[in-house]
Design a binder for this molecule. Structure first.
Ligand code: SF4
Length: 334
């Protein structure tokens, strides 16, 4: 199985419940950013996500309120670096109590002090370790030497202690597919649970020209799609078809909503300038989802992110028996 059975079943139940309720749009993932403080300043990251002060973090109660308001079954805790959030053990325990699945996106530098021996392993908790290449590339992207070696040590330790551990890599213009393949092999060597591979999003606040155009994404993902036949790549087959330019999909930004220290971010975690809402209902009802689904905005031109497209990929796959079977085979493999 690619993920624990409960994780896959929870998503299927959520989908069925929403469909029975006649909901065309609904969130499945909450990207919860309890803080904008980080111990790194990676070159591909939006500046505001690592320059925040710890004192400006949100309270655990505020996090739980956002979780209840949106109703998503999967909570992706990111930031900032979530292991720097002092209330992380309380937050994770409360989310598990509520039956949520948690993806903890981390650079791994603080796992030994803040997670191992503090937050017990659970089939509701997945550690997602950021690794943007092998040693030389990753240390360059993270702007610091030694980050790669530490991350590898922490992945090994996490697996030894019984955690679900995944790698998460972003593909930039300079990323060589040979290096992506080396990372896939590393997943097997480390007995990690899989790897999520995303094309980098062109943040307006990042000055260096490191991002892919749509055509470059297609070219790289045509090769990554081939790699997915041999390695545990956590992208659905239809998403990979989309990233490789073989099918078109509408965006579904409402499937992955984003709550930040400034409030609900419209329409998705990538777009700057559309404002924040303090109130869930206002955010949900005032955002023009139909507009963002069409990908017409200039800021969507090169975007092929999982967050906006995986829901559409699953919908597309489930339109036919062949697609549904392909999706089921993918879920149960690995
Ligand atoms: S296409 Fe990308 S940037 Fe545009 S709304 Fe969707 S997820 Fe956001």
């Amino acid at each position: 199985m690619r993920f624990p059975l409960g994780f896959t079943l929870t998503q299927a139940k959520h989908r069925a419940k929403m469909e029975r309720a006649g909901q065309k749009r609904y969130p499945t993932v909450l990207m919860l950013e309890p803080l904008y403080t980080c111990n790194l300043a990676c070159i591909g990251c939006s500046t505001e996500r690592y320059t925040g002060k710890l004192k400006d973090r949100m309270s655990v109660e505020t996090c739980f309120k956002a979780v209840e308001d949106c109703g998503a079954p999967i909570i992706n805790i990111c930031g900032g670096e979530p292991t720097l959030y002092p209330e992380l053990p309380e937050l994770i325990a409360g989310l598990i109590e509520r039956g949520k699945y948690i993806i903890l996106c981390t650079n791994a530098l603080k796992l030994a002090e803040k997670v191992y021996g503090v937050i017990p392993p659970s089939d509701h908790l997945f550690l997602m370790v950021h690794l943007d290449g092998m040693k030389e590339t990753h240390d360059y992207v993270c702007n610091r030497e030694g980050v790669f070696d530490k991350a590898i040590e922490m992945v090994r330790e996490g697996k030894k202690r019984g955690y679900y551990v995944y790698l998460n890599t972003t593909v930039y213009k300079e990323t060589k597919i040979e290096e992506v393949e080396a990372l896939c092999k590393l997943v097997d060597e480390l007995s990690a649970n899989g790897i999520l591979i995303s094309p980098g999003y062109e943040y307006q606040s990042v000055e260096r020209d490191i991002f892919l155009t749509k055509e470059q994404t297609h070219e790289k993902f045509r090769r990554i799609r081939e790699l997915a036949k041999s390695y545990k790549i956590n992208a659905t087959p239809t998403f990979l078809d989309f990233a490789a330019g073989m099918v078109d999909l509408p965006c579904s930004p409402w499937s992955t909503v984003n709550f930040t220290p400034k409030g609900w971010k419209a329409p998705c975690y990538l777009i700057e300038g559309e404002g924040y809402y303090q109130d869930w209902n206002e955010f949900w009802n005032k955002t023009d989802w139909a507009y963002w689904e069409r990908r017409e905005d200039s800021r969507c031109t090169n975007c092929k992110m999982h967050s906006g497209s995986e829901h559409s990929a699953v919908e597309e796959a489930m339109k036919t028996w062949k697609g549904t079977l392909r999706l089921a085979a993918w879920s149960f493999m690995g």
